[in-house]
Structure formats: structure tokens, C-alpha cells
Design a protein around this ligand. Structure first.
Ligand SMILES: [Zn+2]
Length: 395
């Protein structure tokens, strides 16, 4: 690669006049090559630029993707063809590009500092809404936070990001990151006392433009760690989103911002206590119900309005275990326009699995289970359910 395109000569150039050299149909749309371009093609972990091509009559053609081919030509993908010789005005989405430059440059600082402090390599790099970097060795969150502090010190020292093209002997004697698979001129991106890396991406002029570097998470990954991070405007947006969320939670809990964690822990403790108390009350309630429910022709039917599905099943298990009846039926009304009930049916001696189809058919139901217990729902009235169950299970 020769690095002579406009976007390399001046990464801050937002627009430029250009002439169409070729335009080819490519499946869905067209790929256009210009005499020069401000559009950065996807590469080196950095996504392609977005933007438009403005024609002489003012119409704009959207550039849907930018790629480079094997001979380093930059291909601009569009939905509209352009005749070779056509003059256009290229305009990139500068906010999108600058954010990528901030994030990409910040990633160099973090990767360089990890290499310098721990000797680990950046072995994988991806940029989208957040940057992910895969590091070849393990780091603790505390170590990562130390790197973050050092990285932001580099940002605030506002030092230059230097692009150089050393060759021959001087390149041989230079220690830099990402030495692998390089052909043509080697482009080194250097930040003093921090990082030196071969890279074909676009970067800010000075570290101060990165604004802020924030690491978001760290997980163990393939023998090392994967770090998520954001820089510049994306870091600000992340802060805003988290502040909004924290504010909403603190308002819901009526506490001060720094009291949110304590308040949530308190609610969780309280909730666990309530669950334990409900379980104790249920257990007592089940005993009382087992005592008071009467069997008729070997069948007990219990209509329960206060239980949930799990509790209904527990009551049914208790009824079965009491052996007061051959069949125990527990019904829970469901919130629906037409009368419908969740059912759990248990038996000590009948094969309920083989009886389930007949019950479901008679009562607009669905569900099934084992020989000893079936559960599901009936779309029928309570009286109808009682009548049919007695009819079917008695026969
Ligand atoms: Zn880079």
C-alpha cells in the first residue's frame, strides 16, 4: 500500500471534488472508482466511511459501503451508476469519522500501555458502538483501571500522534506492535512513551482530541482478556445514558445517587424475607386446605383464587400425599375474557396421562403430564369443569 489517497494525506478533509474513473455493476448495486477519494475503506479494524456524492445538479447519491480491492483501488458502493468522467463532490459523514478517529487513537494508547506495562499483545480488535480489544494475557479489573488512568494522562498531556514511514535498516531496528503480514510501505503510528504500531487506520493529530478514554468491561477470553472501551463522544454518550439510568433508579427509590446500591440491596433483602414468609404462610394454608376439603366419589376439587401456578401444584401434591381421595383437582382462574382455569390434577391410582386427551377434548383444554399428575388449562366454566371431570374420571 502506498498511502497516497486524500484520506491518508489529510484525515481531517471532509469533502473533495473527484472524477469517476470506472463504474461497475456489482450484484445489488454499483462500485465506483474515483481519481482520488476522501472516503476511507473498511480496513485495519476501522469501519468504512459513510457519506454522499453530490452531483452538479445538486442531487446526492448515498455511499452505502467503501472497500479496497486486491490492487488497493478504493471501491465506493452505491445504488446508482455514474458514467466515467462524471464530476462529483464527495462528502463524508464527519461526525461518524471523527468518532472513529477518537476511538481508534484511544485504542492505540490502551493497547500500547498494556504492552509496555505487562508485555501482552493486542490479538484482536473490533470497532462498532464500542471497541473490543482482545489481550493475550490476563489482567485484573484493578490493573485495567490503572491502565485507564495512565491512558487518560496521555490524552490530557495532548501530545502529537506521529505518522512515519521508516524503511530498510531503520525499520528492522524499530520495535513496534503488529509486525505481522505487512507488505509495501510500513506506516507507523507513534505516541511518545506510549505506543508505536503499524496501522493503516485514521487517527487524531494530537491525543487531546480523544477527550476521554473509558474502559467499560473486562472478561476472560481465550487465555487472555477481552476489554470493551469507548472514547471521546461515545464515552460522553455512554456517561449520559448511565447517568439517565441512575437518575431514574434513584428517583424510583427516592434516594441520593450514591445511595442507590445500598437501597437496591435493602430491597433485595426485604424481598427474600417476604418470599420466605410467604412460603411459611403457604405451607400452613396448604395444611388447612388439605384438612377442610371434602372428597366426593373419590374426587377432591379445590378452587384456588389466591395462589400462583407453582403454589397450585404444591397444594395438589400435598392433597395427593394426604391420600384423602383417589383424584385431587386444583383449579386457578386465569385472567381472560372467557372463563378459563389453570389445572393441576393428581391421582394415587388412575392413569391420568391416558385420560388427559378426553378431559382436554371435553373442556377445550390443553396440557398433559405423567400417569400421576397432569397440568394445563381448560377454557370452560367452573361448573362445567367440575361436572365433566366427575363424569370422565368416574367412568
Ligand atoms: Zn490505528
Amino acid at each position: 500500500m502506498e498511502f497516497n489517497e486524500l484520506f491518508y494525506l489529510d484525515p481531517y478533509r471532509k469533502e473533495s471534488d473527484a472524477v469517476v474513473i470506472s463504474c461497475e455493476s456489482s450484484g445489488k448495486g454499483y462500485t465506483i472508482v474515483f481519481d482520488d477519494t476522501v472516503f476511507y475503506p473498511e480496513g485495519g479494524g476501522q469501519p468504512a466511511d459513510r457519506g454522499v456524492l453530490r452531483l452538479a445538479d445538486g442531487t446526492e447519491i448515498r455511499v452505502t459501503d467503501v472497500r479496497s480491492d486486491a490492487s488497493d483501488r478504493v471501491l465506493h458502493c452505491t445504488d446508482t451508476p455514474l458514467v466515467p468522467g462524471t464530476k462529483v463532490h464527495q462528502v463524508i459523514d464527519w461526525d461518524f469519522r471523527f468518532s472513529l478517529m477518537q476511538n481508534h487513537s484511544g485504542e492505540h494508547i490502551v493497547s500500547g500501555l498494556i504492552k509496555k506495562n505487562f508485555g501482552y499483545e493486542n490479538v484482536g480488535f473490533h470497532m462498532s458502538d464500542v471497541i473490543t480489544i482482545d489481550i493475550s494475557g490476563e489482567l485484573s479489573w484493578e490493573q485495567a483501571m490503572d491502565i485507564e488512568r495512565k491512558a487518560n494522562a496521555v490524552v490530557w498531556s495532548d501530545i502529537p500522534v506521529n505518522i512515519t514511514f521508516p524503511d530498510g535498516e531503520s525499520l528492522e531496528n524499530t520495535d513496534y506492535r503488529s509486525k505481522k503480514e505487512l507488505s509495501g510501505r510500513v506506516r507507523l503510528v507513534g505516541i511518545e512513551n506510549t505506543d508505536l504500531c503499524a496501522c493503516c487506520g485514521l487517527h487524531v493529530r494530537r491525543t487531546g482530541e480523544i477527550g476521554i478514554i473509558k474502559l467499560l468491561s473486562l472478561i476472560n477470553y481465550k487465555g487472555g482478556v477481552r476489554i470493551e472501551m469507548v472514547c471521546g463522544e461515545k464515552a460522553l454518550m455512554d456517561y449520559e445514558a448511565k447517568l439517565d439510568s441512575n437518575t431514574e433508579i434513584k428517583n424510583l427509590l427516592s434516594v441520593k445517587p450514591h445511595e442507590v446500591t445500598g437501597a437496591v440491596k435493602h430491597i433485595l433483602d426485604e424481598s427474600a424475607e417476604k418470599s420466605a414468609r410467604i412460603a411459611r404462610l403457604n405451607s400452613r394454608y396448604f395444611d388447612l386446605r388439605v384438612n377442610e376439603l371434602k372428597e366426593k366419589d373419590g374426587i377432591i376439587i379445590a378452587r384456588e383464587d389466591l395462589l400462583d401456578g407453582t403454589e397450585l401444584r404444591k397444594l395438589c401434591e400435598k392433597l395427593k400425599a394426604s391420600k384423602k381421595a383417589s383424584v385431587s383437582v386444583c383449579l386457578l382462574p386465569l385472567p381472560a375474557e372467557e372463563p378459563s382455569f389453570r389445572y393441576v390434577i393428581a391421582s394415587t391410582d388412575l392413569d391420568l396421562k391416558s385420560l388427559a386427551p378426553a378431559l382436554n377434548k371435553a373442556l377445550n383444554g390443553r396440557g398433559g403430564g405423567s400417569k400421576e399428575m397432569i397440568q394445563g388449562s381448560f377454557l370452560s366454566s367452573y361448573d362445567e369443569i367440575c361436572e365433566k371431570i366427575r363424569e370422565i374420571l368416574r367412568s
